[in-house]
Design a protein around this ligand. Structure first.
Ligand code: PLP
Length: 408
């Protein structure tokens, strides 16, 4: 016989997946409803309403894609990219490459610019290059979890609108943890993540998009029995059809909208999870939630710095929900992570590509973003670094973090 699941208790301080809200896990045990049951479609409608609040938008379309976060990015991009379309992607970390990879697979002609890791772009520089390239779409990451940086978007969004460029944003890491203002920042299409600051398990990708994107999508739309209206026929180019069935947002909106046309079988239990996760976020209040994330970030950073460790990356553009720490000279970063997990049950993350072995990444996201977690992570890290003979200031980290907590 196989043993029952027996998962160890963990304190998860990574940039995702983070600890799920207990209420969300309970909601996932709710009995299944049929996907066209009015009791269920009413839940779907409420999820759409709450997503609009989360994204701070009046967009008609806001619903989750069934799949991990990247599925939301892929759905948005594949629904608007026709082969040969120019897409402009400023890259400042690993997830910029993911956007590039998705766009290339759908036949886009991708133009990229890159800046040093640990930095973000000067919006002026992005706008200047964008004018030169003159793309149909500009796609960019808002919160880069690989480097702990956050790109200011409003100026770029405004320039996109002025030049009639579609602006698509990956806010997987930032949504629910730090302000993301879809309408105010002129964002046409955006994807958020569940397993990060929403503290819902991985497996859904909330998206929203406006009528500028809807227009492009509708022009490409193919209903089961052919072209729907004369307008559609007029608008069809050489490559009218969206190259994915699963990610075709025109079909998805017919399922999420009043027509309720069958597409996939909705992931009922995940919708329950997202419903409860969104309720918790909106109950707390967006501003209060952003302030809480900022507060625990400050306590964590104070502790890290009091130990004599260095925070990696430009602090002016730091993503508040991920703190990257430079691994001290001569210290084996993976050995530290292993001891933290084995002895303290604490998980922190390493990084990718050029930053592998150079930094640790500590997340303060959603339900994981709590005082006891921050204090425990600092205590564990200090103890483990002492056992690795790292040259740190001993006995100061928790005091510095407590100072932040007590001054508030
Ligand atoms: C985590 C993350 C993703 C990928 O999410 P998956 O759920 O693994 O598909 C994409 N973009 C950013 C910025 C992320 O932090």
């Amino acid at each position: 016989m196989y043993r029952e699941l027996n998962t160890p208790a963990r304190t998860i301080m990574t940039p995702g997946p983070v600890e799920a809200e207990p209420r969300v896990l309970r909601a996932m045990a709710t009995p299944i409803l049929g996907q066209f049951d009015p009791a269920f479609t009413e839940i779907m409608d409420r999820v759409m309403k709450m997503l609009r609040d989360l994204f701070q938008t009046n967009n008609k379309w806001a619903f989750p894609i069934d799949g991990t976060s990247r599925s939301g990015a892929e759905a948005l991009l594949c629904s608007i990219i026709e082969p040969g379309d120019k897409v402009f992607i400023p890259i400042y970390g690993r997830f910029g490459y993911l956007l590039n990879e998705i766009c290339e697979r759908y036949g886009a002609e991708v133009h990229t610019i890159e800046c040093e890791w640990g930095e973000v772009f000067d919006p002026e520089e992005v706008i200047k290059e964008m004018k030169r390239v003159n793309p149909k779409i500009t796609a960019i990451v808002h919160g880069e979890t690989s480097t702990g940086q956050m790109q200011p978007l409003e100026e770029i969004g405004k320039a996109c609108r002025e030049q009639d460029i579609l602006f698509v944003v990956d806010a997987v890491a930032s949504i629910g943890g730090t302000p993301v203002k879809v309408d105010e920042w002129y964002i046409d299409g955006i994807v958020g993540g569940t397993q990060k600051c929403l503290s819902v398990p991985s497996g859904m990708a909330p998206i929203t998009y406006n009528e500028r994107i809807e227009k492009v999508v509708q022009a490409r739309k193919k209903v089961e029995k052919g072209i729907e209206t004369e307008d559609d026929r007029q608008n069809l180019g050489n490559n009218p059809f969206i190259k994915s069935n699963y990610f075709d947002v025109s079909m998805l909106q017919d399922y999420w909208g009043p027509r309720r046309l069958n597409h996939h079988t909705e992931a009922t239990s995940m919708i329950y999870a997202l419903h409860e996760g969104l309720r918790i976020v909106l109950e707390e209040g967006l501003e209060e939630r952003f302030a809480r994330h900022k507060h625990h970030e400050q306590a964590l950073m104070a502790g890290i710095e009091a130990m004599g460790l260095e925070i990696y990356g430009n602090l002016e553009s730091k993503l508040p929900v991920v703190t990257c720490v430079t691994i001290p000279e001569g210290i084996d970063g993976e050995s530290v992570r292993k001891m933290l997990l084995d002895e303290f049950t604490i998980e922190i993350a390493s990084s990718f590509g050029p930053l592998q072995g150079k930094i640790w990444r500590i997340g303060t996201m959603g339900y994981s973003c709590r005082k006891e977690n921050v204090l425990f992570a600092l205590a564990g890290l200090e103890a483990v670094l002492i056992r690795h003979d790292a040259p740190i200031q001993v006995g100061r980290a928790l005091q510095a973090a407590l100072d932040v907590y007590n001054n508030n």
